[in-house]
Design a protein around this ligand. Structure first.
Ligand SMILES: [Zn+2]
Length: 495
């Protein structure tokens, strides 16, 4: 009798579907390999790819960690496939390199129960910048989940989808969580329009797309005073016009994406988040009510919503603003999310959510755990931390490259770093390199230049190669970092 453990398979990865056994082996020369021990003539042998060898009455197959084998494994071991999470407290742990899931799994375990993880999560923009497909993002997470033996529920978030084509690509790859980003249709200028301009902009909305008429909308909101757990949210003609001009087109666009998704999913379970976080001006409480009411009128069902909160949410650094003002404002958003639509409460989502340590307690307190935390680039920064302690020369090259690229790459991100305030590489000794990752400006500079670094031939393979050769070091850095993110979400107030 042979056992998978004796073939160099990671013990925690070993799993069975009742007839066959599977495991993941790590070999320095070939990278991760799927090892499967199946009954001779098992139908799965037609689906898996690899080298088969007879072992008595069984077949031992050793194959690549490929897309085809990932799909076959998800079919054989259903817990590997992403699922919907509903109203569970949840956290998205985006992974731009495709190597972070093992560390993410360990962090979720170490933080304690209560947070449902999303391991596969990448926005369309970041897939372009890292030259990865929606399928590769899912498959990388599958291999990480398999390697670590994670058998609890986990989701897969196709993040910041903007078009019907984005939806189609994500459905085909097997995502279960679809984040619609109609931000390009949010009209921030509505904030500063005067009465007459607002009225004419209101009349000019695409009423047909909204299946609505101006007079009908005015009637629905006339003297409208919405009450959410004691918080009053009032509309008058101007505040309605402002909400409608600012968010009306975005609501219509999100509804169109939803209708498209319902058809594309062909009955498969899915869940939707609507995000307007990447816009200039904060979402007021009245605007939140308007968005939710109108989405609902148009038939959209969603599990989470990401308003643009007050304060500044820059990439990879803590919240910038008054934490108590944030909490007071959030309290009303959370009450609205619990009460505004008959379809039930929905989660509030915290985008650009990494490293916002100062507001996590308030976020969990006010949402009462109806919360989704979304992080992505911070796992890349942890990869750089790993690199800074293993290969000072490579880290220096990445940092110097990032400083060159920053002015161009920062354009599509909310950041305020100034290169003249970031440490000069030559002033920092090798042993102190990890400290660069604690400095505000350097962090943002490194954060937003990931795409350029990963597309730079001389850097990409060395970054990935070093992390592949040192998976335990990268996982340990991720665990230390993410336990701090997740623990506030696992302790839900007094219990
Ligand atoms: Zn976002």
């Amino acid at each position: 009798m042979i056992s998978l453990e004796r073939l160099g398979v990671l013990e925690r990865s070993v799993a069975s579907d009742g007839t066959a056994e599977f495991g993941l082996a790590h070999a320095a020369d070939t990278g991760p390999r799927l090892v499967a021990l199946l009954p001779k003539n098992a139908p799965l042998l037609g689906t898996l790819e690899g080298e088969p060898a007879a072992r008595g009455d069984r077949t031992l197959l050793v194959g690549p960690a490929s897309a085809r084998n990932a799909a076959a494994l998800r079919a054989a071991l259903p817990w590997l496939a992403p699922r919907t999470l509903g109203n569970r407290t949840s956290a998205g742990l985006g992974d731009r390199l495709g190597l972070a899931t093992p560390g993410h799994v360990r962090a979720v375990r170490a933080a304690g129960s209560g947070v449902a993880p999303v391991f596969a999560q990448q926005s369309v923009r970041e897939m372009e910048r890292t030259a990865r497909t929606p399928q590769e993002v899912i498959d990388d997470a599958t291999w990480g989940v398999f390697a670590e033996g994670w058998r609890e529920v986990h989701g897969a978030d196709a993040d910041h989808l903007k078009t019907a084509a984005d939806v189609d690509a994500s459905v085909a790859a097997g995502y279960t969580f679809f984040t619609f980003d109609p931000g390009e249709h949010v009209d921030d200028a509505a904030e500063s329009l005067d009465g007459p301009s607002l009225r004419s902009a209101f009349d000019g909305l695409p009423w047909e797309d909204l299946a609505d008429r101006p007079q009908d909308m005015r009637r629905r909101y006339r003297d409208y005073a919405f009450e959410a757990e004691g918080h009053k949210v009032r509309f008058d003609e101007l505040s309605l016009a402002r909400a409608a001009v600012k968010y009306g087109r975005a609501v219509g666009h999100a509804a169109g994406l939803f209708r498209h998704l319902v058809e594309a999913a062909r009955g498969r379970p899915f869940e939707v988040e609507v995000s307007v976080d990447e816009t200039e001006s904060p979402t007021t409480h009245a605007e939140h009510v308007f968005i939710a009411r109108e989405l609902q009128r148009l038939g959209v069902r969603w599990v989470s919503l990401a308003p643009r909160y007050v304060g500044r949410f820059e990439k990879g650094v803590d919240y910038i603003g008054d934490v108590s003002a944030f909490e007071a404002d959030l309290a009303v958003h959370a009450a609205i999310a619990r009460t505004v639509v008959p379809g039930g409460p929905y989660k509030l989502s915290l985008h650009s959510g990494s490293d916002k340590f100062s507001i996590y307690p308030a976020f969990v307190r006010q949402t009462e755990g109806l919360a989704h935390l979304k992080t992505a680039g911070t796992s890349y920064l942890e990869a750089l931390r790993t690199i800074s302690s293993l290969d000072a020369g490579l880290f220096r090259e990445v940092y110097a490259f990032a400083r060159e690229r920053y002015e161009e790459d920062r354009a599509s991100y909310h950041v305020s770093a100034r290169p003249d305030r970031a440490p000069v590489p030559d002033d920092v000794g090798d042993a102190d390199l990890p400290r660069i990752l604690e400095q505000f400006d350097a962090r943002e500079i490194l954060h937003v230049t990931f795409g350029s670094a990963l597309q730079e031939a001389g850097l990409r393979e060395r970054i990935l190669g070093l992390l592949r050769d040192n998976p335990e070091r990268y996982a340990a850095d991720l665990v230390a970092h993410f336990v701090r993110h997740l623990q506030p979400f696992t302790r839900r107030g007094p219990s």
